[in-house]
Write a new protein. Sequence first.
Length: 219
Amino acid sequence: MKRFGSLLIVAALIAVMAGCTSVGGGDYGGSYGESYTLTITSTAGGSVTTPGEGTFTCAEGQVVNLLAEPEEGYQFADWTGNVGTIANANAALTTITTNNSYSIRANFLEDPSSPLGMNYTEAEVEELIIVLVNDERQQYDLTTLSEDALLTSLAREHSISMVENNFFGHERYPGERPLSYNMSPGTMRGENLAKIPTKQVIPGPYLSLQEVCEWAVSG
């Protein structure tokens, strides 16, 4: 239903576009008043789907609907260029009035919250971290560690809890298993946490499997 509704909205926007055609077409926006050109482009990361991209011929005073749609992993930023008659230069869905010949561009930025580029699994991270930790231990003539099924289960349990309850720390969410895990007093235990940095912290592509594991171990 949502997709159907979106198609109706886009169809309605296109219907309002009557009177503004791409250069080379026969319709120049009506027989009254001046006609102007509207050139629309976009940066990488998305495109202008309404009315499209290229150069259009529009009637004087024509109100043209604009819709810029980002690709996965990107977000719309703003419109630049001749934006004086754009209703809202910061909105992906807006309008422009063609009182002259204009050239505008839709700008897109990488979405820092998008998981685009993470193509490894939790199990692969766990396995490589154990390898890297043991590499460090061998440099100090310490015995190697092996995976423990119970600790792995508990670690995954806490990781999921932090994501679902939006927190990051050693404390347990109310009602969940305590840090002591019912161990007897005096038993040694420890816990290290690592949160993969987003693009807001480290610009550019997300860390690879090797990089994220090295980052966690070095921390």
